[in-house]
Design a protein around this ligand. Structure first.
Ligand code: AMP
Ligand code: ZN
Ligand code: FE
Ligand code: FE
Length: 285
């Protein structure tokens, strides 16, 4: 296979956050999908890295180690992908741990309110998540599905779990611009995930993205299913103006979302730059 046929999907989730596949199963699924490189980017967690590394040889799929860092700008949620950072660097690791704890408190609060109207309990929500997983709304959704109150995760997000709904509670996350600098200081390569995913709630202005670029942002994840064609065109212009690279991904969550591995991809040239700038190497078979 020539280099430009290399298929790279750099943004996926495992059971270490809110995906439904184990880290090794993400690599097995990537092999079946015909991918050459997959990025494992669990929310605020690198706990899946070791298991994913162990699956590289058997699957023949190369691994880009990453995480999707929860950040915010004036209360608007911003997801920041960090690639190939040093997991032992204490500031970034500490911020991720703080977000994980805050997510747990937030989920407990949301569940207490939801339980007044739907037959779920905190224990049932916990039972939907793997030990040590980063807790999120998808686990609350799974509990609602388990008791038959909702048909699937997507329906939950459109109703009970909506950011615009009565049960929504925010959680602590670092400032997006500061987080870009933190990722760089940890040797990571920062990429703004789905910058114009309006379906999820409010999105930040170009000015915030410009400040993130000044702080060391590497790329915008332009190619993502949550972007309309108009949003893609705007982001292309913005990336060109700010000198940012372009990535694309599936944001695969296993059975938890309709996103299919490899539905959007990133070019080999951009992956090469990520590896050049990152502290860790891509793990190859
Ligand atoms: P949280 O991180 O707890 O705020 O929940 C948001 C997470 O839920 C994001 O990572 C999304 O990928 C996931 N999510 C959002 N919408 C849906 C949906 N319709 N179905 C399944 N998962 C979703
Ligand atoms: Zn997710
Ligand atoms: Fe995200
Ligand atoms: Fe994601």
């Amino acid at each position: 296979m020539s280099a430009d046929e290399t298929r790279i999907d750099p943004h996926t989730h495992s059971v270490e956050s809110d995906g439904t596949d184990s880290p090794a199963d993400v690599l097995r699924a990537a092999a079946r999908a015909g991918l050459d490189v997959v990025g494992l980017t669990d929310h605020d967690s690198v706990r899946g890295w070791d298991a994913a590394v162990s699956a590289v040889a058997g699957t023949g799929v190369a691994l880009l180690r990453g995480a999707e860092i929860s950040t915010q700008s004036r209360g608007i949620s911003v997801h920041l992908l960090s690639y190939l950072h040093d997991p032992a660097e204490p500031t970034l690791a500490g911020e991720m741990e703080r977000s994980r704890r805050s997510r747990l408190d937030r989920a407990r609060t949301m569940v207490a309110h939801i339980a007044e109207d739907y037959p779920i309990t905190w224990e049932l929500v916990q039972a939907q998540a793997a030990d040590g997983a980063t807790i999120g709304r998808p686990h609350i959704a799974d509990a609602l599905v388990a008791v038959g109150a909702m048909p699937d995760r997507s329906t939950c997000f459109d109703t009970v779990l909506s950011v615009r709904g009565p049960y929504y509670v925010p959680y602590h996350a670092p400032d997006a611009v500061e987080a870009v600098a933190m990722v760089r200081a940890a040797g990571g390569v920062p990429v703004m995930a789905h910058p114009r995913a309006g379906v999820r709630g409010r999105v930040v202005s170009d000015a915030v993205i410009e400040a993130m670029a000044d702080a060391g942002l590497f790329a915008l994840e332009i190619d993502h299913r949550d972007h309309t064609p108009g949003a893609v065109a705007e982001l292309e212009a913005l990336a060109a103006r700010l000198g940012l690279e372009r990535t694309g991904s599936s944001d695969y969550h296993g059975d938890g979302k309709p996103n299919v591995l490899g539905e959007r991809t990133t070019s080999p040239a951009v992956l090469a730059k990520i590896e050049e700038e990152g502290h860790l190497p891509v793990v190859r078979p």
